[in-house]
Design a protein around this ligand. Structure first.
Ligand code: PPE
Length: 306
C-alpha cells in the first residue's frame, strides 16, 4: 500500500484511509499536543517483521507521560494494533506511524478536558535521504536554529510540537540546497539532525552527543551503539563541538526513516574522503544484515507480523 491507501487503525477500529479524519477544532491542531512514533517493518525473508516494536511503544508511552497525556489503551493493545495494521494492509516492508493526540472537546491551552485519540497508519517508505545517499552520503549545513534548551521543550519526548524546530532546520537546509541540517544545542554543541541522531568517527572511535545535548534518544542510535560494541569499536557519548564535525574522518546519521546514512559534506567542507567511510560502512552493513535477515536477530529486535 502506498501513502494514501488501505486502512488506518483509529481508536480501536480499522477504517478506510479517507475516513481517518478529525475535527478542525482538535486540540493538537492548534497547540501541537500530540506524541508519535516512527517504526519500520522489514521483509526479513521470514515474512514482515516489525523492528523494535516494544521499544518504540515504550517511548510513545513515555512521551505521553511527560505531557500528562492518558492514552486510553495499554502498551500491549497498541503493539497488537500495530501488527494488525500491517497485516490488514498486506504490507511486507513499510513505515508505521502511531500517533496519540489531544482531540476535539474544549478550546484553550489547558488540554486536560480533551479526549486522547490514537491512530496507526502504515505505508511503504523508501530511503529517507535518497537511495544514492546510502553510499555517497548527504550534504548538510549547520542550522542557524538551535534545538530547544532543556528547560524549554523536553526533547526526550517525541512530541508533535518539537517538530516545528525540525521543520525550521529542514526547510532552511533544503532551501539552501543541502539535503539536511544539523542543529546545535543551547550551549552551541552538536545536537542532531532534523530527524536523525548524529555520529562522528575520528581515529577509529565513534562519538555521539549525550541525551543532555537536546537530542531525541533514538532507537536506531541505540542499535548503532550496540552494533559498534559488538564490532569491537570504541563508542562514546560525549559533547561534541561544532568544529569536530569538520575535522572528522567520518560522520553519519541514524534514524528509523534515515536508517544509517553517511554525511559527505558539512557547510561545503568535505568530510574525510567525501563519501561513505570504512567505519560507517561496517555499522551500516551490520545494521542492514540484521534488518534484511542475513544475520540472526540476536538481540530479539523483531516482532513477526504473522
Ligand atoms: N532525532 C529526531 C529529531 C528524530 O525525529 C528522529 C526520528 C531521530 C532522532 C532518530 O530516532 P529513531 O527513529 O528512534 O532512531 N525521526 C523520525 C521521523 C522522521 C520523519 O520525517 O517523520 C523517524 O526516523 O521515523
Amino acid at each position: 500500500m502506498a501513502f494514501g491507501e488501505g486502512k488506518i487503525w483509529y481508536d480501536g477500529t480499522l477504517v478506510d484511509w479517507a475516513d481517518a479524519t478529525c475535527h478542525v477544532m482538535s486540540h493538537a491542531l492548534h497547540y501541537g499536543s500530540s506524541v508519535f512514533e516512527g517504526i519500520r517493518c522489514y521483509d526479513t525473508g521470514k515474512g514482515p517483521e516489525i523492528f523494535r516494536l516494544g521499544d518504540h511503544m515504550k517511548r510513545l508511552f513515555e512521551s505521553a507521560k511527560i505531557y500528562r497525556m492518558d492514552i486510553p489503551f495499554d502498551q500491549a493493545a497498541l503493539e497488537q494494533a500495530v501488527i494488525d495494521t500491517v497485516r490488514e494492509n498486506k504490507l511486507q516492508s513499510c513505515y508505521i506511524r502511531p500517533l496519540a493526540f489531544r482531540g476535539y472537546g474544549a478550546m484553550g491551552v489547558n488540554p486536560i478536558k480533551c479526549p486522547v485519540n490514537v491512530v496507526i497508519a502504515a505505508w511503504t517508505w523508501g530511503k529517507y535521504l535518497g537511495e544514492a545517499a546510502m553510499e555517497d552520503g548527504v550534504s548538510v549545513r549547520v542550522s542557524s536554529w538551535r534545538r530547544p534548551a532543556p528547560d524549554t521543550l523536553p526533547t526526550l519526548a517525541k512530541a508533535g510540537g518539537n517538530y516545528l524546530s525540525s521543520q525550521l532546520i529542514k526547510m532552511e537546509a533544503t532551501q539552501d540546497g543541502y539535503d539536511e541540517g544539523i542543529a546545535l544545542d543551547h550551549h552551541g554543541f552538536v545536537s542532531e539532525g532534523s530527524g536523525e541522531n548524529i555520529f562522528v568517527v575520528r581515529n577509529g572511535s565513534i562519538y555521539t552527543p549525550p541525551s543532555s545535548s537536546s537530542i531525541l534518544p533514538g532507537i536506531t542510535r541505540h542499535c548503532v551503539i550496540t552494533l559498534a560494541r559488538e564490532l569491537g569499536l570504541q563508542i562514546r557519548q560525549q559533547v561534541i563541538p561544532r568544529e569536530a564535525l569538520y575535522v572528522a574522518d567520518e560522520v553519519f546519521f541514524s534514524g528509523t526513516a534515515a536508517e544509517v546514512t553517511p554525511v559527505s559534506k558539512i557547510d561545503h567542507i568535505v568530510i574525510g574522503n567525501g563519501k561513505r567511510g570504512p567505519v560507517t560502512e561496517r555499522i551500516q552493513s551490520a545494521f542492514f544484515d540484521i534488518v534484511e535477515g542475513r544475520a540472526p536477530d540476536t538481540y530479539g529486535w523483531f516482532t513477526p507480523v504473522t
